[in-house]
Design a protein around this ligand. Structure first.
Ligand SMILES: NC(=O)c1ccc[n+]([C@@H]2O[C@H](COP(=O)([O-])OP(=O)(O)OC[C@H]3O[C@@H](n4cnc5c(N)ncnc54)[C@H](O)[C@@H]3O)[C@@H](O)[C@H]2O)c1
Length: 449
């Protein structure tokens, strides 16, 4: 391959040839040491991307060399470009990755809407780039598998952006369970009862608005089918309502709220998933859902299986007859309760954990864990001086669990049986199809065989 032969040309040719190749990412990777500077590219620099970028750039060992955003206005690319004037600017991630042939960056932050996480992070990993990627890690279960594989093949440092995992509250909750304070756990209920902050319309609005000159709408759509541009309906933030771009309330919060449960109980993959939810409409997510998961038991749970139930939608929380907490206790707006043999643990999202029965734990002083820096630890891990906790070996199974729940929401009342080894839902052909999706021509990821 010559130096001016672009990465995309290469991918195009391998796809035309019908081959699925696994690129040797490690061979393209600059090996960094404690004295090296990590060169970083950031894709999606507005919204959460801004705080991700500032979080990583807080490390004195990070140099921001490239910025990519489809929206050139001050709230998006503009502010980041002003902050890092020397960084190269892009609006098309494919051009940024072409540029990676000249090895200008070592790590990439992906903070775009969910449907573009894997299409950007996967080729970056195939080029040997370390990845910090927002939650949920991906838009489909198949993508989550691929992300884990790409990270493993390339020996890459990865971190999903569920930063609350590193806060003292979640870290303390996990430690309490690992220390056996509530004994082995019998069942779990998790919920997000807040009002969805995004525009949950029933159908696609008619007509189209002029595309602002500063917005690259085709690149914003990326892998998704084209659709007319409408102001404020999709970009920014409100894409969360739409299935082409997001996974609704469970997709948005599951990788946060289920994270301490997953970590505390050392859960792996669910055995069955079943949702109760209103019939799914053509394009948007439901206003509420209730998803029951059965997992294989672990050394932290009672018996051979453990049940975890998710509730979302305004005001939807587990009822008192299932959580068993005192009548006067007001459950937090979102969080989890783990019901153990020796007591219950409430893990609010985000506040200190609380033990029940209160009388039993009156003299028990909870020792708070130290927080970790979720962003700088990724940058340091890339330089070999720290480690990450939401690496894709962990984040991918967590994301798969969340996304399997969103498949169940699309098929309410049907019990789906998940075979994690084969990554199939053998008892339901429709659900099995929903493990992946079609990709728009020109944006297709190159899958790892
Ligand atoms: N960890 C958290 O607490 C947290 C909080 C909010 C959002 N998020 C996650 O962060 C991601 C972004 O969410 P948001 O609320 O900031 O969305 P947003 O729409 O407000 O911002 C997305 C940014 O990415 C840019 N963008 C969109 N498509 C792009 C593309 N193809 N290439 C380059 N740039 C692109 C947009 O212009 C915008 O600047 C989502 O995955 C979301 O789930 C995480």
């Amino acid at each position: 391959m010559t130096t001016n032969f672009s990465r995309r040309d290469f991918l195009k040719q391998t796809l035309i040839a019908g081959t699925s190749v696994s690129l040797t990412a490690a061979s393209w990777k600059r090996v960094l040491g404690a004295n090296d500077t990590l060169n970083v590219a950031s894709v999606g620099t507005g919204g959460k991307g801004w705080s991700d970028l500032m979080g990583v750039a807080a490390s004195p060992h990070v140099n921001v060399v490239a910025l990519c955003d489809v929206d050139e206005t001050p709230d998006h690319l503009g502010r980041a470009a002003e902050k890092f004037p020397a960084a190269k600017r892009f609006f098309d991630y494919r051009k940024l990755l072409d540029d990676a042939n000249s090895n200008t960056f070592d790590g990439i932050i992906v903070s775009t809407p969910d449907h573009m996480h894997a299409p950007i992070a996967l080729p970056a990993m195939q080029l040997g780039k370390h990845v910090h990627c927002q939650k949920p890690l991906t838009h489909t279960v198949h993508e989550a598998r691929q992300m884990r594989l790409a990270a493993k093949n390339g020996h890459l440092v990865t971190q999903m952006g569920n930063q609350i995992q590193s806060h003292e509250n979640y870290r303390t909750a996990v430690k309490l369970v690992h220390d056996g304070v509530i004994g082995q756990v019998k069942e779990v209920h998790s919920w997000q009862s807040g009002r969805m902050g995004w525009m949950l319309v029933d159908d696609r609005p008619a007509g189209m608005d002029p595309i602002p000159e500063t917005l690259h709408w085709d690149e914003w759509l990326g892998v998704a089918p084209t659709r007319p541009y409408k102001n404020s309906i999709y970009h920014s933030f409100n894409w969360r309502a739409w299935r082409d771009f997001s996974n609704g309330q469970l997709g948005d919060f599951g990788c946060h709220i289920l994270d301490p449960v997953f970590m505390a109980l050392k859960l792996t993959a669910p055995i069955t998933i079943r949702a109760e939810a209103p019939a799914i409409n053509r394009e948007v997510w439901t206003k509420f859902s209730n998803v029951s998961y059965r997992f294989p038991g672990t050394e932290l749970t009672v018996g051979t299986e453990i049940k975890m139930t998710w509730y979302d939608g305004e005001g939807h929380k587990p009822p008192s007859n299932v959580h068993g907490l005192p009548d006067g206790y007001q459950l937090p707006g979102s969080g989890s309760v783990l019901i153990g043999e020796k007591g219950s643990l409430v893990i609010p999202h985000v506040a200190p954990p609380k033990l029940f029965p209160e009388e039993k734990f009156a003299d028990f002083k909870i020792q708070m864990e130290q927080p970790r820096d979720h962003y700088v630890s990724w940058a340091d891990a890339c330089r070999g001086t720290d480690h990450t906790t939401s690496h894709f070996d962990y984040a991918s199974p967590l994301t798969e669990t969340v996304l399997l729940g969103t498949i169940a929401i699309r098929l309410p009342g049907q019990t789906l049986t998940w075979n994690a080894t084969d990554a199939t839902i053998a008892n339901n052909a429709k659900a099995n199809e929903l493990l992946t999706k079609p990709y728009r021509k020109g944006f297709e990821p190159q899958w790892i065989a």
